[in-house]
Design a protein around this ligand. Sequence first.
Ligand code: F6P
Length: 532
Amino acid sequence: MTRFIRPEHRHAWQLLQTLVDGPLPHLRDLLPDTQRHALLQFHAAGLTLDASHQRVNMTVMQALRALAEASGVMAQARAMFRGDAINSTENRAVLHVALRGSDQADPPWGTEISLAVSAELNRYCSFAEQLRAGECSGFSGERITDVVNMGIGGSDLGPRMATEALSQLDNALIAPAVRLHFVSNVDAWSLATTLAPLHAALTLFVVQSKTFTTQETMTLYASARRWLLDGGCPPDALHMHLAAVTSRSALAHAQGINASRCFSLWDWVGGRYSLWSAIGLPLVVAIGRDAYLQMLQGAHAMDRHFIQAPGEHNMPLNLALLGIWNRNFLGTSTQHIAPYHSALGKLVAFLQQQDMESNGKRVHIDGSACTVATTPVMWGGLGNDGQHAYFQLIHQGSQMVPIDFIGVRQGHAGLPLSAKHQRVVQLNMQAQAQALAQGRTGSETLQVLEASGLAIDEAQRLAPHRSFPGNIPSSTLWMDSLTPHNLGALIALYEHKVFCQAAIWGINAFDQWGVELGKSMALAIEGGSTGA
Ligand code: F6P
């Protein structure tokens, strides 16, 4: 095993430190350079990334790519694709890429894994198609009309986000045989209000839990069983209303799940990377097998780009490097994500787990404490809402907040004035990126205020309050339309961004020991001891 080198000890890191200390022009002076603009565009798997509004020049980009090279990022990526046990604290491989690349002829992870993945994919997709076709019935003989997904974290966020994002598809739930419901939180209100309009005879529960021990999900499961029994389901017919997705099928069988309704994921699938596994079952119920396979293909297309594209064209790598530049050199403490399509309303919550549960770490892979900052606080929300809520802080606050804008060129066509709606969405997103970069100086503001008819003394009084520093970095990610393929590519893009940043910081992105203490204390409090 090669000796671990701390990131700040790398020459490339120290070069970047000198570059950030040297004066870099304001974005308003960088933007007119069309050649720079062209060099900061990236294209992959149906997505376009415009990084021209980031506070970099080509010298900085070359130094960042040299840091990636020195950190062995792509060698580590090849190790991940090969199935090496890169999750070193759990001694596990990390192979979510195998879940969407199983149709490869000679995959780096081996055909044995591909065959197992394909077999399980067929199992849960077939079951989902039966549900969609109304071929599943409950204890009364009537067909199942409602599916309640119970899970939390990666067992909820991915399927819930993707179901909402893709629910406008022609073959989605809008005209299907079943309705989907998601319950993640353990407070009784959440499950009670979901079940209130439902009927036991017509309802199936999917218990999503990789470990099949998560307290919240197991509590929900116990209540679901009780609700079914109270709703007239005979005990020996409960299995007709239950399915599970877990890596511990023996536990699920012992708790009443029939083997034919128990779907597996492997220990090399992290919860926050599991949408491509049987955890995607509710999504397949929502959009159907074909659309789900298109989402897998979109992610696989991004995987191929990531592992093959040279550094200067590699979209995930450059997205990661821009994040490193902002975080570790420009000193930002948060990263904002602003999707400009309401169907992406749950994307930020999904990316929060993916990023912060992966890279919210303070210890390097060799056990030494990090002295460089690791992942920033990831936050965000739908862009138009944000403009009328917290963009004030981003424009005129006391801290620099980099933004990833996510735009969909083709809007929903369901209204007579759809084109006008889409024009307003897009020009707002583009205007925000421009305003954040350009800003407005005090003298420019003074001119604007005087031109508006204000007296000079009033204009001078207000100018400081109505000026904008600008020079606030952003990237804009475009997709032509919100399709399963493009959503798959988008999620895979951010997965690989997280991977690249972890490789440079020298941290393990694939364990999550930080969630264990709270869990054990909760159980200990329940059992009456301290649990420390
Ligand atoms: O506690 C964190 C976590 O383990 C996540 O990583 C995971 O997605 C979630 O809890 C749910 O875990 P499970 O799928 O095992 O119920």
